[in-house]
Design a protein around this ligand. Sequence first.
Ligand code: 5GP
Ligand code: ZN
Length: 116
Amino acid sequence: MSSNCLFCQIVNKKASGEFLYEDNDFVVFKDIHPAAPVHLLLVPKKHIRSINDLKKEDEAIISGLFMIAADMAKKTGVNESGYKLLFNVEKGGGQVIFHLHLHLIGGWPRIDGWKK
Ligand code: 5GP
Ligand code: ZN
């Protein structure tokens, strides 16, 4: 836990945040400024600054994020229509919260439907 990190505070329930999913290692909550009808942030509880700071021991965190992404896509109903998964890395990559998180973005309407 990094005391001046907003996502550490949310993870530790010291800042307001409603979790759509939580287990021992991860939480999922809605982005406060959604870029699409569905915009979730998948956040490991462990404070890791960015993808650049991953260590060998963090492999399970990365695989866990993708497993939860697939699960949350199904739960929010965007799995068939499709969605984007995004890591912003450091300032030049658009990262503004320096606690690792995976964006799940989707749910755009489409007039001709989403049939495969
Ligand atoms: P980044 O640009 O660091 O990859 O993404 C950080 C995201 O966190 C942004 O999309 C921003 O809207 C979101 N965000 C920033 N502050 C808060 C907050 O207090 N609560 C929630 N739920 N999302 C936040
Ligand atoms: Zn943190």
